[in-house]
Design a protein around this ligand. Sequence first.
Ligand code: PEP
Length: 255
Amino acid sequence: MRRTVIAGNWKMNKNFSEAEDFFLNLTESIKSKDFDNVEVVICPSAVFLELATDFSIEYPLGIGGQDVSANVEGAYTGEVSASMLRSIEVDYCLIGHSERRKYHLESDEQINKKLHLLQENDITPILCIGETLEQREQNITKEVIISQLEGGLKNVTLKKEVIIAYEPVWAIGTGRTATPEQAQEIHQEIRKWIEEKYTTEIAEDIIVLYGGSMNPGNQEELLKQPDIDGGLIGGASLVAEKFEQMIDIAIELRG
Ligand code: PEP
């Protein structure tokens, strides 16, 4: 059975004391919960990753970066390498988030380089894919996500874990969520593509998250879909109580 992943993407939010308070709150709450099959992941700003991994030593918490350099090391001012993330015990890293694609013009080729570097450093990539509103209206959603999968997973064997996050761009931070049926349709398509490209076993095992205005009100119906294995949660992950509520919903359904 695939595990359910509830991952919070803080984006560029929180200062040090806010981040620390959140982790104190969250760890206090998860230590009294009983769960086997749900994994909680937080992706804070790079500045707070070490603070976060200090908490994850003691508590069942995965920590993820929000991005990584496509280069190994050297003269790349401002960048953070995969081996730096590894050296502070980071477990996961988002790549290809639509905000990186939009504001930093990241290409599938760069995203693919990042994915390989993460795997070489034993960090699980969370590969974000998704169509814009314009692409959905043009009826090319499937083509778009397949081309992002092809580009992002080029020369990747999937012997090491990769998580896919389907995030329709029109649903990110807009309060507009894909309906459970719309999300399920694309998740199923992703799994079908993985089966054709790799094996049935890999397709059955791969974790595919939904992201796009997921919140405590719409999460349950999304998680009831057979191919949705959890959520990548932006806005609703910033408030500890709300995020904890979402962890509880996941435990109730899948714990
Ligand atoms: C995200 O940042 O990946 C995201 C899904 O954001 P939100 O939940 O705010 O739409």
